[in-house]
Design a protein. Sequence first.
Length: 79
Amino acid sequence: METAFSNLKPGDKGHVLGYSEGNTPYRSKLLAMGLVPGVPFRVVRNAPLGDPVEIQVNGFHLSLRKQEADLLRIEKEGA
């Protein structure tokens, strides 16, 4: 079931379904960093105020601002 990135907590796993409408140039950067549809990821940690969020994807750690993470359409594993 699709969920908002803000609903995920450290330790949660999921995979990318695609992208919402919006910032096309930034979407291209996220795709280049490996956030392609179908790729699994794990939430590592949230900053104290919830922004940014650190995820592990394709064997590396990536920090995303909330605004960037909100572009992702995701599905939580086990939901």
